[in-house]
Design a protein around this ligand. Structure first.
Ligand SMILES: [Zn+2]
Ligand SMILES: [Zn+2]
Length: 340
């Protein structure tokens, strides 16, 4: 099992998951990527896929063939068995890695780009995120849930079979906590959601709005990395997993729209995607949760970040992005892409 270590000098957590890499040679980039494109080594293809334990499954329409399925991660960051134990080592703190780490195999077709998916296939992915989060939330040991997708080697994908991940962990990450504090303070002063206020301002400006449909909007954040886009529901909602099944096709449509723009404008870049939802509050009275207003203060969203260039030492040390293109220019370039 992994350990989650906290170092007060860095004010940061790290997951020590030594089971994932056992040999020194596993650290070489070449070995990690050797089988990236080779379907014969792919654990999600053919007979190998049929042997995987299925946590959740959706079939192709009118067929018994699977279209999307959720399976346990063979090399999980967190494991579901055991109690959450907190230990100290002098000034350091450690929590054992209780949680869940599931793989969503988006499609039964090896090597597809996300833009090759149909809207229905992208919708399947978002349905899987929803129902797996709802199920895992019944486990009160788990405090935070994130859906992620790494597309392309540059974003960290090691297998060229479309897949995503759902990770549940026994703590709220610092970055999410910081956002919850800011959102809660804004709500405490104004009784309004900060994101709803900002979306209203962005509508009026229009300078950073890339695309929208009836229920969702995609914009380039005011302070962001190159061509970063965030998708928000237009109506306030804190928790992604409360999304109605009826509007998931619209979400899929807008995600697909942005990826088509990326592929045309940036020549199929590596992209990381994250579904950021509020931490659960229902049935969690015993948690002594400091974010009582989270349902009203936080607004769920999906972050899309193309991997344009490696982060510099300055960015890593300070957490301040260097953006070679203004967010307004990023937006204009993305908007001007002609989609046929
Ligand atoms: Zn495959
Ligand atoms: Zn809101």
């Amino acid at each position: 099992m992994s350990d989650i270590r906290y170092d007060p000098l860095k004010n940061s957590y790290s997951v020590v998951a030594s089971e994932r890499r056992r040999r020194l040679e596993d650290f070489t980039l070449q070995n990690n990527n050797d089988q990236y494109d080779d379907a014969s080594f792919c654990p999600f293809c053919g007979d190998d896929a049929t042997k995987l334990y299925e946590i959740y499954r959706m079939n192709e329409e009118g067929s018994s063939n699977w279209a999307t399925k959720v399976v346990p991660n063979k090399y999980p960051l967190f494991g579901i068995k055991g109690n959450v134990d907190r230990t100290g080592e002098g000034y350091y703190d450690c929590i054992n890695g209780i949680g869940a780490h599931e793989i969503i195999i988006d499609s039964n077709r090896h090597g597809d780009l996300l833009t090759a998916y149909t809207q229905k296939e992208i919708a399947n992915l978002f349905i899987a995120y929803k129902y797996r989060i709802l199920d895992l939330m019944n486990d009160t040991r788990l405090k935070y849930f994130v859906g992620i997708k790494n597309i392309g080697r540059g974003a960290g994908a090691l297998i060229n079979h479309p897949h995503s991940q759902l990770i549940a962990m026994p703590l709220i990450p610092r970055k999410i906590k910081d956002i919850l504090v800011i959102a809660s303070e804004h709500y405490g002063k104004k009784c309004r959601c900060l994101t709803c206020d900002i979306l209203e301002q962005e509508y009026q400006s229009g300078a950073r709005v890339v695309s929208e449909n009836h229920d969702f909007i995609a914009l380039v954040p005011y302070s962001s990395s190159a061509f970063e886009v965030t998708i928000y529901p237009k109506h306030h909602s804190a928790s992604y997993e409360h999304i109605s099944d009826n509007v998931i096709p619209q979400l899929a449509e807008l995600v697909r729209d942005i990826f088509i723009r990326y592929d045309i404008l940036l020549d199929t870049p590596a992209v990381s995607m994250a579904v950021r939802t509020a931490p659960p509050t229902a049935n969690r009275e015993s948690d002594n949760n400091p974010f009582k207003s989270v349902d009203k203060a936080y607004h769920w969203n999906i972050e899309l970040k193309p991997v344009i260039m490696p982060y510099s030492a300055f960015e890593k040390v300070t957490g301040i992005h260097i953006n070679p293109v203004t967010p307004e220019e990023s937006c204009r370039y993305l908007k001007e892409v002609v989609i046929v």
